[in-house]
Design a protein. Structure first.
Length: 192
């Protein structure tokens, strides 16, 4: 796999941060923020590294869930499309992390991470997610599955483990934020 492909994730992350900061100024602000975030990725930190390459070294390659979150944020910031099932998608990402990461660190009896190399458990979960996306018309889940197919099919992630292609730590943190924001929005009374 080319290192050039891996660098997409940090640039998208910086664009997402930039858009988030300037979204209060409307669509134009979000687009300007995204452009500024992308430009920050080119800032040289030393003779060989840029901000984007340093983020890649620290956080690792992006997963399908991270790409999905970037697309969902872009759709939200620009207001071009209403996406259904964003909170459900975020909840599944967090649930996967809650089952995977403690297991991978040895805090559980079973090694869930090993199922990402072979077996039927993870493919069955993915089929279940597709069925859920169709049943609930959750476009966020469909986008996630599409990115998962792209990441795995075109080997956009260096790991051979499907879990790594599905989720990563930055996307779990963002998904947790999405869940909290969704809960706050539901609990906050609407003003008339």
């Amino acid at each position: 796999m080319s290192a050039g492909v891996e660098i997409i994730g940090p640039f998208l992350g910086l664009a997402l941060i930039g858009a988030s900061v300037l979204t209060r100024f409307g669509r134009i602000g979000a687009l300007l923020g995204a452009g500024l975030g992308l430009a920050l990725g080119f800032i040289p930190l030393n003779a060989t590294d840029t901000l984007a390459s340093m983020l890649l070294a620290v956080l690792g390659p992006a997963s399908a869930s991270f790409y999905t979150l970037c697309v969902l944020a872009a759709l939200r910031f620009t207001g071009f499309a209403d996406v259904r099932g964003t909170a459900l998608f975020a909840g599944i990402v967090v649930a996967f992390a809650a089952g995977l990461y403690p297991s991978a660190m040895g805090f559980a009896g079973a090694d869930v991470y090993a199922h990402g190399f072979s077996g039927i458990l993870l493919p069955a979960l993915m089929v279940g997610i597709v069925a859920l996306a169709v049943l609930l018309q959750a476009t966020a889940l469909a986008i996630w599955f599409g990115f998962t197919a792209l990441v795995i099919g075109f080997r956009l992630h260096p790991s051979l483990n499907t879990w790594d292609a599905l989720i990563d730590v930055p996307s779990v943190v963002i998904a947790l934020g999405v869940l909290i924001a969704s809960l706050v929005a539901r609990l906050t009374p609407k003003r008339s």
